[in-house]
Design a protein around this ligand. Structure first.
Ligand code: 5GP
Length: 177
């Protein structure tokens, strides 16, 4: 059990399991992108740890970029996510893989996709470390997902609770009081 700010969290997924899942999803990418040079866009902040582990398992040569968008909060009506750190590379005719930490309702990814498609990418695929399938409401296809998890709030392995907890190498689930 760990305490972050005012909440208790219990261990759910060990780093050993996480690494196994990362290797499995990397193997799928290695098969699908063999001989290609896709652009992999790590979505900050949450995906930094997953992206770092994932790219070290790849046998093709990706170009690795980082992007950051304003959180979805307060933007539901427009569905537009503001770009805080943008992708400067020319994506014209490139294969793009968006590397994300977690897909919950799918709204974030659904609204992000056009940002890449509109830059002329040849293909845009989503590679999310986690997905909560029960929560998906957006018409979104997560092409690569390392692990499906139930609907509960988690921290660690890049994911935060009010800015804290990203550094844990394991994943913890909130203990409801
Ligand atoms: P969506 O738009 O798919 O509903 O939400 C995706 C975003 O919500 C993720 O990128 C992440 O920032 C956040 N999120 C969703 N579920 C969790 C969770 O269990 N823990 C944390 N820390 N963030 C989450």
């Amino acid at each position: 059990m760990i305490k972050i700010l005012d909440r208790n969290f219990e261990l759910s997924y060990s780093n050993e399991l996480i690494q196994e899942k990362v290797k499995q999803v990397a193997a799928r990418l290695n098969e699908d992108y063999a001989g290609k040079n896709p652009v992999m866009v790590c979505i900050l902040n949450g995906a930094f740890m997953f992206a770092a582990d994932l790219v070290r398992e790849l046998t093709f040569q990706p170009e690795i970029l980082f992007a950051k968008f304003s959180s979805y909060e307060g933007m539901q009506s427009t569905g537009v996510l503001r770009e805080l750190i943008g992708v400067n590379a020319n994506l014209q005719a490139r294969d793009v893989i968006i590397v994300e930490d977690i897909v919950d309702t799918g709204n974030t990814m659904y609204n992000l996709l056009p940002q890449f498609i509109n830059k002329g990418a040849k293909s845009v695929k989503i590679c999310s470390f986690l997905q909560k399938p029960e929560c998906l409401t957006a018409p979104l296809k997560v092409d690569y997902c390392a692990m499906e998890i139930p609907n509960a709030f988690i921290v660690g392995y890049g994911l935060d609770y009010n800015g804290m907890g990203r550094n844990y190498k394991d994943i913890y689930t909130v203990v409801e009081d």
